[in-house]
Ligand binder design. Structure first.
Ligand code: C2E
Ligand code: MG
Ligand code: MG
Length: 647
């Protein structure tokens, strides 16, 4: 899969500017094209209207004039007829006078007609007609004159042989011109249709071009804005969402395992920001990001994950070279200033079952580890380590809900007097009922201890213990001494003693039935605090015990310095109960504890042989699966009521 990476900032800026220019250009071109289309349409329409007007004008005028001319000619014929028929001289004169007037008007009409058609395509046609009319009028005049002079016969002859053919010719000419006009009107109609069609095509083409341009522009805008959305605006490399998208795609194609996930950060970037200010800091980030980006292969990606944190997906065989190249990254801070940056990096070998989120978690945890003092700048992280980290995170995330919803439950594991095989005490052990499953403390106590949350949990358990003791007493059940585990972390708390006592007071619990277990300290740093705690507990009548005795390095000195009531031998003392040397050693340890006036109990007893061994070495108290596993409160109550163990 080809990974689409973002260009570095200045390129993106350039693209953004180009996009603006493009949008502006397309808008301007669209507007101009629209205006041209409209103008073109307008001009075309105007010319068509003009053409049409011309035809209509001429046609109109023409029909008016022709009617005029024809009516006059008809009138002439009538006059001439009258003139021929009417022999009354008075009547004849009247007609002749009228005739002269009419002739003058006809001349006038013709000259205005001539003006009207001048310069048009009809000029020559009308010219012929006019000359015919003129010719006709001239001959009419002649007929009139002949008639006036009394040459009736000649006038008659003229009328028939000269005037009649002229009238016929004129009729033909007029009908020919009418045909021409009709044809012209038809032609114009066709022209209009053609022009309108052309205009439509032109406007359609322009609109089509505009739509295509707009569509391309939208696609381009979407593409660019998509890239901008997926790019980190400060540095120009991909942003975190983009990397997630790429990772998910690779995951779907089952190609993610071909990559390694890297979480990268600039070493001591905080100081660069403090020393040079945030604008220089930003510049450093940009240059650093550019340097990372430039070192990528075609199918790789680096994204900024806020601050100076980057996450990258690199092909597995490219990781070593990439790491070498980012060991020292020179950046310039101006003309003369420059810095050489070093990097921290957590590298995670992606496996088949990893999602991009697993990869990022692992990388971030790994780079976090590089920050611990003395750690390497580059830390390789494997799946198991990541799983453990994820598990720990899960525990911490679920812890508060577990406290609020009382998912933690106290179990009690009996302690047994080996001589009498009766119940002589118990240890409170916490369990986490998580989603219906019972989670053993070893899987979450160390995590909570690392995070400091265990202190709250210890008091949660101690609280339930005090409450349960009171409850048993109220119900007439004889309790036994209950030991509660307390983390060594409490020793750093100045109020530890007060906190313990305030719980005891809250429930009015009898201190006789209480015991606090502290794990054997591995160092001397807690010695004074431990001493103080033990003496305060003694003062309050509460027993103290040293848990897991024999597992630390300073057991004997602790035994000397800290005056605890009970020493709990770790189950490692039961390694080989048939070994004579071992037996001697344990026997002496037990004797020493007794000599120091302390009680001793051994935990982890699973067999009768171990019981025999403990009896032989003088240890008379034991705790272990042989007698009971840790029990629920209800199960333990049955033990309190019937405290005997059969042998
Ligand atoms: P621990 O205080 O040494 O508790 C004894 C552990 O040994 C218990 O494991 C118990 O179930 C186990 N055990 C008892 N008898 C036998 C046996 O015969 N064979 C074997 N193999 N194991 C036996 P658990 O309950 O899993 O507790 C483990 C550790 O978790 C405890 O060790 C203790 O350090 C810690 N823990 C338990 N509850 C608390 C608590 O409330 N606060 C603190 N701080 N730690 C606790
Ligand atoms: Mg314990
Ligand atoms: Mg123990």
């Amino acid at each position: 899969m080809k990974i689409k990476r973002n260009k570095i900032t200045h390129k993106n800026k350039l693209r953004r500017n180009l996009l603006s220019v493009r949008i502006a250009l397309i808008t301007i071109i669209s507007s101009i094209a629209s205006i041209i289309a409209i103008e073109f349409g307008y001009i075309l329409t105007q010319s068509i209207i003009r053409d049409y007007d011309e035809i209509l004008d001429v046609d109109y005028e023409d029909s008016e004039l022709m009617n005029d001319v024809m009516s006059k000619i008809n009138k002439h014929e009538a006059i001439i007829f009258h003139h021929m028929v009417e022999q009354d001289p008075h009547e004849r004169r009247k007609i002749l006078n009228e005739e002269e007037d009419m002739e003058i008007r006809l001349q006038e009409t013709m000259s205005s007609f001539e003006q009207n058609v001048r310069g048009t395509q009809y000029e020559s046609g009308y010219h012929d007609l006019f000359s015919q009319v003129t010719n006709y009028l001239k001959n009419v005049q002649m007929v009139i004159d002949l008639s006036r002079d009394g040459n009736e016969q000649t006038a008659n002859y003229y009328m028939r042989s000269v005037l009649a053919p002229i009238v016929r010719d004129m009729d033909e000419l007029i009908s020919e011109m009418e045909n021409t006009l009709r044809r012209d009107v038809e032609d114009t109609k066709v022209k209009i249709r053609d022009n309108v069609g052309m205009m439509r095509i032109f406007v359609r083409i322009v609109l089509f071009i505009l739509i295509v341009a707009a569509v391309f522009n939208v696609i381009y805008c979407v593409k660019i804005s998509d890239e901008m959305v997926s790019c980190d605006m400060l540095t120009g490399v991909a942003n975190f969402d983009n990397l997630i998208r790429v990772g998910e795609k690779l995951g779907k194609k089952r190609r993610l395992e071909l990559y390694s996930g890297l979480a990268i950060s600039i070493k001591d970037f905080k100081f660069i920001n403090q020393e040079y200010g945030s604008s220089i800091g930003d510049r450093v980030l940009k240059e650093y990001a550019t340097a990372l980006n430039d070192k990528l292969k075609r199918n790789e990606i680096v994204a900024r994950n806020g601050g100076d944190n980057f996450v990258a997906l690199l092909e597995k065989d490219h990781v070593d070279d990439f790491l070498k190249s980012i060991m020292k990254v020179p950046v310039s801070l101006g003309e003369k200033m420059g810095l050489t940056l070093t990097s921290r990096c957590g590298i995670y070998q992606i496996t088949e079952s990893d999602t991009i989120y697993d990869v990022i978690n692992a990388g971030v945890i790994a780079v976090g580890e590089t920050r611990q003092s003395g750690a390497n700048d580059f830390i390789w992280f494997r799946r198991e380590r990541r799983d453990e980290m994820v598990r720990q995170k899960d525990i911490l995330n679920g812890y508060h809900k577990a406290i609020d919803e009382e998912e933690f439950v106290v179990y009690y594991q009996p302690k047994v007097n080996l001589k009498t095989r009766t119940l002589c005490g118990c240890e409170a052990l916490v369990r986490w009922i998580r989603n219906g499953e019972l989670v053993p403390p070893n899987s979450f106590i160390p995590v909570l201890e690392n995070d400091g949350k265990v202190q709250e949990l210890d008091f949660y358990v101690f609280d339930r213990v005090c409450r349960d003791i009171g409850d048993w007493q109220r119900r007439g059940i004889q309790p036994v001494r209950v030991s509660s585990n307390f983390s060594k972390l409490h020793l750093h708390n100045k109020n530890f003693v007060d906190d313990v006592l305030s719980v005891v007071e809250r429930y009015g619990a009898d201190p006789y039935y209480l015991e606090t277990e502290l794990t054997e300290s591995s160092g001397y740093e807690d010695l004074d605090a431990m001493k103080f705690f033990v003496s305060e507990m003694r003062e309050a009548g509460i027993h103290t015990s040293m848990d897991d005795f024999g597992t630390g390095y300073s057991s004997l000195s602790l035994l000397r310095d800290i005056d605890m009531d009970v020493i709990k031998l770790d189950r490692t003392f039961l390694r080989d109960e048939n070994d004579a040397k071992e037996e001697k050693m344990v026997e002496n340890i037990v004797k020493m504890i007794h000599d120091l006036d302390r009680h001793v109990i051994c935990e982890g007893v699973e067999t009768e042989e171990q019981v025999e061994f403990l009896k032989r070495v003088g240890c008379t108290m034991a705790q272990g699966f042989l007698f009971d596993r840790p029990l629920t409160k209800e199960e333990f109550e049955k033990r309190l009521i019937n405290p005997y163990y059969s042998s």
